[in-house]
Ligand binder design. Structure first.
Ligand code: NAG
Ligand code: NAG
Ligand code: NAG
Ligand code: NAG
Ligand code: NAG
Length: 305
């Protein structure tokens, strides 16, 4: 009896301490692998439904969604009403304890687009009304030679200096706080200069067909770059994934899409963002619709969370 009440007191104190600790040290969940969603589909009624369904069906999955009205934020100081209501629906679909982060698409022209235009795109997103404002920026067409480092550092610094996101989805008792000013670079290949790892939250290190992917080379790059590139930074995009023949350039044959997901998360130790589609570049726009393996892919990443 006495022991039992003592145990109870200890348990209550532990619970209390935990509450205090989580309130004081709210931090970003970097352990759950992110599902990267290049959402380049115009939100006609119903067009984003496969995303809402995926979010609902995989409550433990974490999503990083790229919002792209018109190869950038589009004209005007706010997204049109279709976009605005779709973004609001997206936000409200995520459960209170679920990670859903939105980042605005900004093309950088492989360093050639003028800095003033890039910054004006960033400011436009940052000034969208609170209810639809994203949480950071996705920089497409990134060039990662040393020569361009200062330019891209200016961009990511600029993102961090702006005000982002809605905080309403994060209850005060949530384990993980929402991040502010997320920065993701997309060179589509492993960064040429290592220094790029120090200026961005995430980097897409591969964006191409799976059949062009040298798994062994990336495994080596991953091992060679510990600790400069963290697991939470590295992100991958694979297209032309044929679920009946999941084979890489160096002849790795995965048993199915789930084995490829598992290998990317466990062997390549990537948690920054993963996107896999069976749509085929060269034959179609791989971002124009949700793929045939979309729901399955989300479930697999969710199951690895
Ligand atoms: C959120 O809570 C639901 C219901 O308790 C649970 O199924 C889900 O896994 C939780 N999600 C996270 C990310 O913890
Ligand atoms: C970075 O920003 C600073 C301050 O605005 C500017 O002086 C500098 O020229 C920029 N560098 C590059 C490479 O864009
Ligand atoms: C967190 O707070 C919300 C809103 O105050 C409440 O409904 C929910 O039950 C709380 N969750 C936990 C795990 O305490
Ligand atoms: C599977 O894909 C690989 C790489 O694209 C190709 O070389 C091979 O012939 C394919 N196998 C079958 C059975 O289609
Ligand atoms: C996932 O990958 C790990 C590491 O290679 C391996 O040990 C495990 O068996 C894999 N699990 C599945 C379900 O493929």
């Amino acid at each position: 009896m006495r022991n039992l009440s003592l145990l109870l007191v200890i348990a209550m104190m532990a619970a209390l301490l935990q509450t205090v600790a989580s309130a004081a040290t709210k931090k970003v969940n970097t352990k759950t692998p992110r599902i990267l969603v290049p959402l380049y589909i115009y939100p006609e009624p119903g067009a984003w439904d496969p995303l809402y369904t995926a979010i609902r069906n995989s409550p433990s999955a974490a999503f990083l969604v790229i919002i792209n009205p018109n190869s950038g934020p589009g004209d005007g100081s706010a997204p049109d009403s279709d976009y605005a209501s779709a973004i609001q629906q997206l936000r409200s679909t995520a459960a209170a304890n679920q990670t859903l982060e939105l980042i605005g698409y900004v093309p950088t022209g492989y360093g050639k687009r003028s800095a003033s235009q890039v910054k004006s795109f960033i400011s436009t997103y940052a000034k969208w009304p609170r209810s639809v404002r994203p949480d950071g920026i996705f920089f497409d067409e990134t060039i990662t030679s040393q020569k361009y480092l200062a330019k891209y550092r200016n961009y990511t610094d600029f993102v961090k200096s702006q005000s982002w996101g809605v905080s309403t989805k994060t209850p005060s008792n949530a384990t993980y706080a929402q991040r502010k000013g997320i920065t993701m670079l997309n060179p589509g290949t492993w960064p040429e200069s290592d220094k790029f790892w120090s200026i961005a939250d995430h980097i897409v290190v591969y964006e191409d067909k799976l059949s062009n992917f040298d798994f062994g080379e990336y495994q080596q790059l991953t091992q060679n770059n510990v600790p400069v590139a963290s697991n939470f930074q590295r992100s991958y995009i694979f297209y032309n994934v044929d679920s009946a023949n999941v084979t890489t350039k160096d002849g790795r044959n995965f048993m199915g899409v789930d084995a490829l997901v598992n290998a990317t998360i466990r062997v390549l130790a990537s948690r920054g963002g993963l996107f896999i589609t069976d749509l085929k570049i060269g034959e179609e726009d791989v971002y124009a619709k949700f793929s045939g393996i979309w729901q399955e892919f989300v479930k697999m990443v969710g199951a690895s969370s």
